[in-house]
Ligand binder design. Sequence first.
Ligand code: NDP
Length: 301
Amino acid sequence: MFSLAALSLRRSLATVVSGNKTSKLVRERLKLEVDKMKSEFSGFTPGLVVLQVGDRDDSNLYISTKLKAAAEIGIVASHVRLPNTATQAEILHSILSVNEDCSVHGLIVQLPLDSVHTIDTELITNAVSPLKDVDGLSCINAGKLSRGDLGDCFIPCTPNGCMELIRQTGVSVAGKHAVVIGRSKIVGAPMHDLLLWNHATVTTCHSKTQDLPAQVSRADILVVGMGRAEMVRGEWVKEGAVVIDCGINHIADESKASGKRVVGDVHYASANERAAFITPVPGGVGPMTVAMLMELLYGKN
Ligand code: NDP
């Protein structure tokens, strides 16, 4: 039983920043824009190709989500699947033929590649034409982003979605101390660049960072993409921070029919008591990723 004094001291919970709600608004707006574009330029339809090597279950799920979202807003999306026996040369050949196909405006190579051969992933992502590289993984697009040429490059969709969610909070990024946990090419590194060029002072943490809780406690804006279930504890979080959780982790849960459930990299219940704004998992960053992909594809035309 709490005393009245204790109850009055307890601060209210964070505002939940919903990716489901925000991504729905983005998709509805895009559908109107694609319809308008089709009626203004008759015969023109934006095209997307998702190239998959092999047959991983998680990749199949991500790809079907992208294809469904594209179809809903009127983008023609196709799935090219190569067998896991495809050689590096065969994968490169497929990429080059999509690069040359002018009916295709965006090309995603679904990672990780599921191949029986040793494939140089860097070589593959760099073979995608920078003009169609909607994942923003080629050196050209990543280089432009790191130099702050934000208007002249494709920005990876997950960090782009995180920025959109931060914007939804109304908290200004300029001048804030932002902490990013993770430095991968698809999440952490581009997130660092985006925050930096939106004028935050940015600290990026990784697996060799000393005293992670101390780093986290300095963050006005915290973006986590580390792939470690619920590792960031509420006690680490600065009072009033914006907490954006990219993590998607499956943990055992006997109360579920599937025997598991999805959690983020942040311990939601405890962080919710200290943050001012927080994204849930699921329903936070995940749905934004696909919506931002569609926005990029449309924006390209
Ligand atoms: P990676 O495994 O490529 O990168 C993880 C990063 O976290 C690395 O930079 C790693 O450091 C760092 N890290 C790992 N452990 C620690 C630790 N104990 N302390 C500090 N840093 C640590 O993962 P991704 O970037 O691809 O994905 C990150 C998370 O985001 C995953 O949960 C993934 O499922 C999710 N994700 C979600 C998406 C979405 O749409 N919501 C899209 C893509 C990813 P180091 O570099 O030193 O190894």
